[in-house]
Design a protein around this ligand. Sequence first.
Ligand code: ATP
Ligand code: MG
Ligand code: MG
Ligand code: MG
Length: 469
Amino acid sequence: MKAAEIRSKWLAFFESKGHKIEPSASLVPHNDPSLLWINAGMAPLKAYFDGRVIPDNPRIANSQKCIRTNDIENVGKTRRHHTFFEMLGNFSIGDYFKEEVITWAWEFLTDPKHIGFDPNRLSVTVYPEDEEAYRYWNEKIGLPAERIYKLEENFWDIGEGPCGPCTEIFYDRGDKYGDLNDPECWPGGENERFLEVWNLVFSQYNHNKDGSYTPLPNKNIDTGAGLERLTSILQDVDSNFDTDLFMPIIERTCEIAGVRYKVNADHDVALKVIADHIRTVAFAVGDGVLPSNEGRGYVIRRLLRRAVRYGKTLGVDRPFLHELVSIVGGIMGVYYPEVVDKREFIEKVIRTEEERFHETLSDGLALLADLVKHARQAGQTEIGGQDAFKLYDTYGFPFDLTEDYASEQGFTVDRAGFDAAMDAQRERARAARQDTGSMNVQGGPLADYTEKSEFVGYNDLTLEGAVVK
Ligand code: ATP
Ligand code: MG
Ligand code: MG
Ligand code: MG
């Protein structure tokens, strides 16, 4: 089944259950200074959830483009993470609640008319105190107790405001992906044998200022399922990257670089990172974000530069990312016409930025050559950490490039000094950010911005990990 068909099935299924289909909103939040990017299907619908706006239909479904920079280090390493992905969602604004959402999720996933997963491969997690959810899974759906895992993390809470337990659905990909005796293989563990596909959030409490929780008069449902993950299972491939959503981009990059996929592990990571980042950048530029030195533009600039550097590891030394935009359009244009309609503009922006970065890299190289020359004259054999950091910070010159060049010249680089300078900069950025609450997962050097950020993923509390190599 093609990814586009899965998306259509999702929308048709929830339409048949009385939902209004909303088109994907822009990646750039509208009237919401608390978020840098739309990072979940619910994010553009917040005004319905907090009661500021009453929807004409309390049941809504969508396929929403999302950006999550906190997952950048996972890209290419895990089978399931992207910086840009599509979240399929269904929502109830004070309408249906746990029983319906669980019943429909099961129907959609297991009925051969829709997704048709083997029911024996599905497990779920619930919040330990959420006996209601447990009962629906166990008694109504008939899931045996050993396939219902109780996890303390299954509580979605961003501090003050609506919050509540959630239940997540995992697909067991089988022995090939890990040993069942290893707890890391169980849902919630590090292993990806059980692939998290869908999160159902029951927002039923208000987290009050004084720390207490009281039931909400209007209970809401907010769910999110990753299209790329469903697709990887249905296409029976190793990772999200091996699906029809990514393969044409990887194949084109292979042609450009003259390499082959699945021959060299480092090349594969590079191919995946490039395929990931070009989607993010193409869509963000399509939504009006231009590379710059702050906020969203800075994220885009860093992602592009990261992709260029990974391109270099494949031996590509010329601007090439812009050539992938038409491939992205070919894959995604059916549902997101903006990447096709604005193709020329997106290509031009990316090309210009790539060219600039190549120049910057040569400027950085000239500076580095100069540093080496002076150090040699002074009888030293090491490049200072501050200098290496300046190359990184001002010229986008990654530490490993500095190190490679230095070692060719018989020099070392002061790694500890570089790390200390990096930490100091991070500290400055942290201090500059406002108090953002526990759910600010978009922080880190990639997103060195001052906007407040909240509701970024349901249970992912990681703050760090957005370091650009
Ligand atoms: P994970 O634990 O795998 O990082 P998550 O718990 O952070 O996922 P949620 O915040 O629950 O994810 O988001 C709902 C769904 O969106 C997930 O179940 C998954 O299918 C999908 N999803 C989340 N993050 C990503 C990502 N970075 N790339 C692709 N799909 C994602
Ligand atoms: Mg989750
Ligand atoms: Mg998770
Ligand atoms: Mg996550």
